[in-house]
Design a protein around this ligand. Structure first.
Ligand code: OSB
Ligand code: MG
Length: 373
């Protein structure tokens, strides 16, 4: 694929409800989209970076800057055999900044799938036609509101619920949720809110039959995750700690996790996601697909990835209407009666971009072309 042009655009989308986690809150998303125009077709990728550097150090602005100044120039005018080689070039050009790299890399996988006339899931080696999904519920103002929110999503048909926790909002919150929903598949996510001194406290979550406890400690503190895992039955899950396949190897060697959350947007794209998937499969560690409040564009990429065989827990890949009044793709993602989301089957991303709607939410548009000379 010879990269002829890249379009860097940002859109602004209001979330139906504000999403609060231990490290910050989002009520709308400014989203960087990257469109790759190549000799064999076009593709689009969505950047998962937020406005504030609380989940990771990357932000909308750092991603735009890295893309414009470093990443797009590293691909423009070059001919790549495929997305893997493009991903490699991006990794050689920019240290870190996986969210910025992923937006461009995922666009290249879209190009590849379109070009081969296959659904993206098939190009990645996916085997599932539908994916078990759950819903991730942000921190709520009170236990009553939390229980109401869970009830609403359970009534919608979601069969797995992830609750955000934070110091002071953990054991009692889980106790109430478990009492009200004894059979619900439940898990929690702390977004790195705890310190090593909290290990004894976190052990109190072990008796509630949670599917997993996600990222209790800081991103760079694998040792505390390993200590906690050695003391509880509930699997410890890593999210923020895993920025690459190398991070994953370290975590597996330390036995710091019983399960790994893969978000392609967090690890530099689909190529690295598949490496992590394969490493974990070999180690006998299940993975699952997380989410970053994506539009239907990022959601389509995630659904394709989650169709791989070692994705063995429900994904944070809820229907479009859990996040948006109107999504940017047609058809929007919907929840099936069996609590699943269908993997798109048409070639490429398998969903159409609603261009008129995208026009109405766009804030910036930059066309970047190879210099002619
Ligand atoms: O930690 O998984 C997380 C959203 C933004 C930032 C971090 C996280 C999340 C979610 C939302 O939990 C998952 C989704 O997209 O539904
Ligand atoms: Mg998480």
């Amino acid at each position: 694929m010879l990269v002829e042009r890249v379009i860097l655009e940002t859109i602004r989308m209001r979330l139906k409800q504000a999403f609060r986690i231990s490290s910050g809150v989002q009520d709308e998303r400014r989203i960087v989209l990257v469109r790759l125009v190549t000799s064999v077709g076009e593709g689009v990728g969505e950047c998962v970076a937020g406005e504030d550097p609380n989940y990771s150090y990357e932000t909308v602005e750092t991603a735009e800057m890295m893309l414009e100044r470093h990443l797009i120039p590293a691909v423009l005018g070059y001919d790549f055999p495929g997305p893997r080689e493009l991903a490699y070039a991006l990794g050689r050009t920019v240290r870190g900044h996986p969210m910025a790299r992923a937006a461009l890399e995922m666009a290249a996988w879209h190009v590849e799938a379109q070009h081969r006339g296959l659904p993206l899931a098939a190009v990645l080696g996916g085997t599932k036609e539908r994916i078990d999904v759950g819903v991730s519920i942000g921190l709520q103002a009170s236990i009553e509101e939390l229980l109401r929110a869970i009830r609403g999503y359970v009534d919608d048909g979601y069969r797995r619920v992830k609750l955000k926790i934070a110091p002071g909002h953990d054991v009692e919150l889980v106790r109430h949720a478990r009492e009200a929903f004894p059979d619900l598949a439940l898990q929690v996510d702390a977004n790195a809110a705890y310190s090593p001194a909290d290990i004894d406290h976190l052990r109190r979550l072990d008796p509630f039959g949670l599917l997993m406890i996600e990222q209790p400690f800081a991103e760079d503190d694998l040792v505390s995750h390993a200590k906690l895992q050695s003391q509880i039955e509930t699997p410890v899950c890593l999210d923020e700690s895993i920025g690459s396949a190398a991070d994953c190897e370290t975590a597996l060697a330390l036995r710091a996790a019983g399960v790994i959350n893969i978000k392609p947007g967090r690890v530099g794209g689909l190529t690295e996601s598949m490496r992590i998937h394969d490493l974990c499969a070999t180690a006998g560690v299940p993975v699952w697909c997380g989410g970053m409040l994506e539009t239907g564009i990022g959601r389509a990429h995630n659904a394709a990835l989650a169709s791989l065989p070692n994705f063995r827990f429900p994904a944070d890949l809820s229907a479009s209407d859990r996040y948006w009044d109107r999504d940017v793709v047609n058809p929007p993602f919907t929840l099936e009666a069996d609590g699943t989301v269908l993997v798109p089957r048409r070639p490429g991303l398998g969903v159409d971009i609603d261009e008129p709607f995208l026009d109405s939410v766009r804030e910036e548009y930059r066309l970047i072309e190879a210099a002619t000379g």
